[in-house]
Ligand binder design. Structure first.
Ligand SMILES: Cc1cc2nc3c(=O)[nH]c(=O)nc-3n(C[C@H](O)[C@H](O)[C@H](O)COP(=O)(O)OP(=O)(O)OC[C@H]3O[C@@H](n4cnc5c(N)ncnc54)[C@H](O)[C@@H]3O)c2cc1C
Length: 321
């Protein structure tokens, strides 16, 4: 576990070094060096670590010691203070960094009004898809939340004004209560949410993380299927006396959703036989604009997951062929 080191460090002139003191980005992207895209830098860092040129803690060095200390203290003020708290003066010593899961590019399909496929349900921010393409640029999530957050608020308010309340489907409410109760019921062989989450995190990081291939993704899918069939039916919590402010119950419900999201991610990554942005497949390392300028869109049909392709709308920027 660690803390986030802002990309501004690279922007201000920070350099990446391996354990041998080599500025390794020259082997990966001699033109852009540390200013290459975040997916390319993450892959370079991870390759250095995996090939034994990382630090003893499994990282590489990010150094600003060659920069004017005053510039570091003013332009990278938060980083400077943050590392001082950990006993490291970054004007004198390099930082140890390693890639981490940071953002989810897939999500709910929305239109320009932030409407989803469910009438009256609006979505914005990281839970949506298509705003950032295959790789979000640094800082753009903030802009996304401001632009689409404002829009969804406005369109939702407009929609609410034009609508009247619909009768509540009590059968649906009962089914949902039953589902939640089945988790909150006392079970002798229960599996607590934290156990499933820990395993899911590890499996996803190892098999659907920076470098993917068919074998790894298939093994992630096997785990997800096992989790659905064998673990989720036993999902249980310790405090079964109350539903109110029951954090573990919330965690359990989230775990079910995490498994669903992981399944969609892994299935899509298996289907997409190319590399694009943060989706990098070692068995298909090239971007294939001829065949893959399309989105993979999932939906449920009678409880079964189905997908379709939707073409990417190309406006100003034309992708290279
Ligand atoms: C370490 C880190 C650093 C980052 N740094 C940057 C950066 O420098 N610049 C940048 O642009 N982006 C950055 N990002 C990305 C950015 O922070 C996120 O993409 C952004 O905060 C997402 O905002 P959001 O409102 O869509 O979702 P969230 O911030 O995740 O908000 C969702 C909210 O919904 C709540 N919620 C969930 N389920 C329920 C429920 N059932 N009922 C009610 N509430 C619920 C959650 O508690 C949460 O408060 C960073 C991300 C990480 C992880």
């Amino acid at each position: 576990r660690g803390i986030l080191v802002t990309e501004a460090v690279r922007g201000e002139g920070g350099i990446l070094l391996n354990i041998k003191g080599e500025r390794f980005m020259k082997r990966y992207n001699p033109k852009l060096m540390e200013l290459a895209g975040r997916d390319a830098v993450a892959r370079a860092n991870w390759t250095e670590i995996m090939e034994g040129r990382g630090t003893e803690h499994g990282g590489v060095y990010l150094s600003v010691t060659h920069l004017d200390p005053e510039l570091v203290k003013t332009r990278l003020k938060t980083m400077y203070k943050q590392f001082l708290l950990a006993g490291i003066d970054i004007t004198k010593e390099p930082m140890e960094v390693s890639p981490g899961a940071h953002y989810y590019m897939g999500g709910i399909r929305i239109n320009i009004k932030t409407e989803t496929g469910v009438k009256g349900l609006f979505a914005s921010g990281e839970e949506t898809a298509g705003v950032h393409g295959a790789n979000r640029l640094g800082g753009n999530s903030l802009i996304d939340t401001q632009v689409f957050g404002k829009r969804s608020g406005e369109y939702a308010a407009k929609f609410a004004k034009s609508e009247t309340f619909h009768p509540i489907d009590l059968k649906q409410v009962e089914e949902e209560q039953k589902r939640i109760l089945s988790i909150a019921k006392e079970k002798s062989d229960k599996i607590r949410p934290v156990k499933i989450r820990e395993q899911l995190c590890e499996v996803m990081w190892e098999n659907a993380g920076i470098f993917r291939d068919e074998n790894k993704l298939s093994s992630a899918l096997s785990f997800i299927e096992k989790a659905k069939e064998q673990m989720l039916p036993k999902l249980g919590i310790c405090d079964t006396t109350t539903w109110r402010y029951n954090k573990e119950l919330i965690e359990a419900l989230e775990t079910i959703n995490l498994i669903k999201v992981a399944e969609l991610l892994v299935r899509s990554a298996l289907i997409r036989t190319e590399s694009r942005g943060a989706h990098y497949r070692t068995d298909y390392p090239k971007t294939d604009n001829k065949n893959w300028l399309k989105h993979i869109v999932w939906h449920l049909e009678d409880g079964v997951l189905k997908y379709r392709f939707e073409p990417v709308k190309i406006t100003l920027e034309k992708p290279p062929q």
